[in-house]
Design a protein around this ligand. Structure first.
Ligand SMILES: Cc1cc2nc3c(=O)[nH]c(=O)nc-3n(C[C@H](O)[C@H](O)[C@H](O)COP(=O)(O)O)c2cc1C
Length: 144
């Protein structure tokens, strides 16, 4: 199966999550392409069996403009999108924590709960990433 991980990261946290997801997918024999939103050339979403979109949150729970542009670039709502992101509860507590993940998950009517990581995933949160990817893959194998 072919998967894409498209992500936006300024200070590296979301990129670290993307890298962990990539490692986990490869362990499961998935083919993985990484796409840096706002940097890399446009992608063809139809080439992929699964799309992972990653974003940080800022400005009171909002989605960064680059991610909104990427959504417009994709141009339709694929039914195979899983959303992940990083945030920081210091910016408004649970209500605003990873607000962009909630927004994208509901926009795409994603089949999976969004993965929310506080800052860097390194350490105890790595397990959360692994478990989340396993959940997505379980469905992927069922529907394959
Ligand atoms: C100005 C500013 C506003 C932020 N607002 C939020 C927010 O509303 N909710 C949230 O969960 N995190 C917020 N954050 C935290 C970032 O989303 C968090 O640091 C994230 O891990 C950064 O991702 P990156 O390292 O991939 O760039 C904010 C950070 C900055 C600098």
């Amino acid at each position: 199966m072919r998967t894409l991980i498209a992500y936006l990261s300024y200070s590296g946290n979301t990129e670290e999550v993307a890298d962990l997801i990539k490692t986990k997918l490869k362990e499961n024999n998935m083919q993985v392409d990484l796409h840096r939103i706002g940097i890399d050339a446009p992608i063809d979403p139809e080439k992929y069996d699964y799309l992972f979109i990653g974003t940080f949150t800022w400005d009171q729970g909002r989605t960064p403009d680059e991610v909104k542009d990427f959504i417009l670039e994709v141009g339709y709502k694929p039914d195979n999108i899983a959303v992940f992101g990083t945030g920081d509860t210091q910016f408004g507590g649970d209500e605003l924590f990873c607000g962009a993940v909630d927004k994208l998950t509901s926009f795409y009517h994603s089949n999976w709960n969004g993965l929310k990581i506080e800052q860097s995933p390194r350490g105890s949160q790595e397990r959360l990433v692994d478990e989340w990817v396993e959940g997505v893959l379980q469905d992927a194998k069922i529907y394959a």
